[in-house]
Design a protein. Structure first.
Length: 589
């Protein structure tokens, strides 16, 4: 579930308001006014002394007094020093390598002894074990400064001040797809072109690239992967039913036919339900050789008014996305998941468990993720072969959280703090990550506040940054648009070229090829067409058919009357595909 992309709400100009004001009059009203002497661009009255511009309604800004206007002194105070913000293109990050540690070494009773229970927390103020206390304090203070701003002020200021804002959703249905393109590029395309430690492809050329997209409606992550891989990838989608469901009909950049939605045994897409998780795993195992090559998770929900405790509210979502990934991934599989703050022992314990289950992990903040928010991504590379001990433990924790959901009691820690502290590489990595991302967030929050105070400020690098990012992420520099709806004959002509000019082949009798010699004599070139019979013997000339799929679920049949008719069937094939059936069903390759 991805946050919505907000378009910049520019201030209305007097000319624009006047145009709308004039349009609001009916034709009859304008005719009557002209009879009484009204002229365009002139005021009413004997001497045209009436005002030309409509009176603009004044709205209250935030919690300021109604009609309050900031004077020059206040505007001067809202100045921004560009040196405060450092642009990094491409972004740099470090991998944390798990050296010689095996997830199978842990036992359930050992892990359960590390669980710490306590009263449910309602603040992050004291969570300084894994970050610099000053950084946490400044983040919470900067977020609180937004209380006096309304949503429109924040949105307008954010659109003006973020250097990466004009990239928006590019050719995709939302910004999540662009984030995945950014992350894939940062990580040397480890998702759409996975390779082993020696640089060899992890996916057999004869095999499909299997992936899962969890908590992902409307499906931006998957649209990007399908855009990059086309029919070389097969996806499985899992998300909540309802308003945030997948919108496959909006996949304009890629075809969704190789994407399979599944909602679990409860048919609701609730990832907190362990039965849904297990049924998703069973479903994927039935349709793949050995699980998926990589999994993506983009879960999130509104925390309006509770932004400072977003991490606490999201803890079970973190857990369930990590847990489901461990269930469905094959050996050496990869994983990426959106998370937010990582200050609490619960969150850090989860990261540590994932660290033990993979060869490498990284916590990254891509440029496409707005700098003022808490969002970041956990990337895990090369899943270990046996992670069942940790998977079973995390499953147990999830069941316990479901049982305690309406209680004041909560699980505060899930891994031994002393063992984490003894792992110097990990503890330094998590603290450095929290401090570095936290400092960038503080700068982003203060920048929005300054731009909201002074509406004359504007980021001048947006166009340049957009061009550079699209080039680095290998995305086209064009606007999103719906595919052209072409007439059937025109589309078929483009596909068949010369074959469509001479349609006498529709009446050809089938030529059976019963041996390899006949086949080799018929097919002279790898680009030759061949009709493969796959049906039963029929002699009725009316059975001669040509089927054409123009779009998802839009299958047409060319009849003996030389007309196209819609086929009422649930059978789906890739758009721009065509099937020929003379007196048997034959597929045109």
């Amino acid at each position: 579930m991805e946050e919505q992309s907000d378009d910049e709400n520019s201030e209305p100009t007097p000319k624009k308001i006047k145009r709308e004001w004039v349009k609001s009059y009916s034709n009859k009203a304008m005719e009557m006014m002209k009879k009484m002497g009204y002229e365009n661009d002139k005021g009413l009255g004997k001497s045209n002394q009436g005002r030309l511009d409509p009176i603009i309604a004044v709205q209250q800004d935030g919690r300021r007094g109604f009609g309050l206007k900031l004077d020059a002194a206040h505007l001067a105070a809202g100045q921004w020093d560009p040196n405060c913000e450092e642009l990094e293109m491409p972004e740099t990050f470090e991998w944390l390598t798990n050296v010689g540690s095996n997830a199978s070494h842990y036992a359930m009773d050992q892990l359960m002894r590390s669980v710490v229970f306590g009263k449910r927390k309602s603040t992050l103020d004291d969570e300084t074990r894994y970050c610099n206390p000053a950084v946490l304090h400044d983040i919470l203070t900067a977020k609180s400064a937004f209380d006096d701003l309304n949503d429109n002020e924040k949105r307008r200021a954010r659109s003006r001040c973020n250097p990466f804002e004009t990239i928006r959703s590019s050719i995709f249905l939302n910004r999540a797809a662009v984030k995945m393109a950014n992350i894939d590029s940062m990580c040397d395309y480890m998702f759409t072109n996975p390779r082993d430690l020696e640089g060899r492809p992890l996916v057999d050329p004869k095999d499909l690239l299997y992936f899962t997209d969890m908590c992902a409606g409307p499906g931006g992550f998957s649209e990007y992967v399908l855009f990059r891989k086309l029919w070389e990838a097969k996806g499985f989608g899992f998300t909540l039913r309802g308003a945030n469901d997948f919108k496959l009909e909006k996949f304009f950049a890629a075809s969704p036919e190789s994407f399979d939605t599944y909602y679990g045994i409860k048919d609701d897409g609730n990832i907190f339900d362990d039965q849904n998780q297990d049924s998703l795993n069973e479903y994927i195992r039935r349709h793949t050789p050995d699980g998926v090559h990589f999994a993506m998770a983009d879960g999130g929900f509104s925390v309006e008014g509770e932004e400072n405790i977003q991490e606490i509210l999201s803890k079970q979502l973190y857990l369930c996305q990590f847990l489901t990934a461990l269930k469905i991934l094959r050996k050496n599989g990869n994983f990426v998941c959106k998370v937010f703050d990582l200050f609490t022992p619960f969150s850090v314990g989860l990261i540590y468990l994932m660290y033990k289950c993979f060869h490498q992990i990284a916590i990254i903040k891509p440029n496409s993720s707005r700098p003022a928010n808490s969002e970041r991504y956990l990337v895990c590379k090369y899943k270990q072969e046996d992670t069942s001990a940790i998977t079973n433990f995390m499953n147990k924790i999830n069941i316990m959280l479901n049982e305690e959901r309406d209680s004041d009691n909560d699980i505060l820690e899930i891994f031994d703090a002393n063992e984490i502290a003894a792992d110097a590489d990990f503890i330094h990595y998590i603290i450095d990550s929290n401090n570095a991302i936290g400092k960038k967030q503080i700068v982003g929050l203060r920048k929005i506040a300054t731009f909201a105070k002074n509406t004359e400020l504007k980021e001048t690098r947006q166009s340049e940054v957009r061009q550079e990012c699209l080039k680095r992420w290998v995305l086209p520099d064009k606007l999103r648009q719906a595919p052209e709806i072409k007439p059937t004959d025109r589309l078929l002509e483009e596909l068949l070229v010369d074959w469509w000019q001479d349609r006498s082949w529709l009446n050809f009798a089938p030529n059976e090829m019963n041996n390899v010699a006949a086949l080799s004599n018929t097919v002279q070139n790898v680009r030759d067409w061949i009709f493969m019979p796959i049906g039963r013997e029929e002699t009725n000339i009316n059975s001669c058919s040509l089927f054409m799929c123009k779009s998802r679920g839009n299958l047409l049949r060319y009849t003996e009357h030389k007309k196209w008719e819609l086929v009422e069937t649930s059978f789906e094939v890739q758009a721009r595909s065509h099937i020929f059936r003379p007196d048997r069903l034959r597929v045109l390759w």
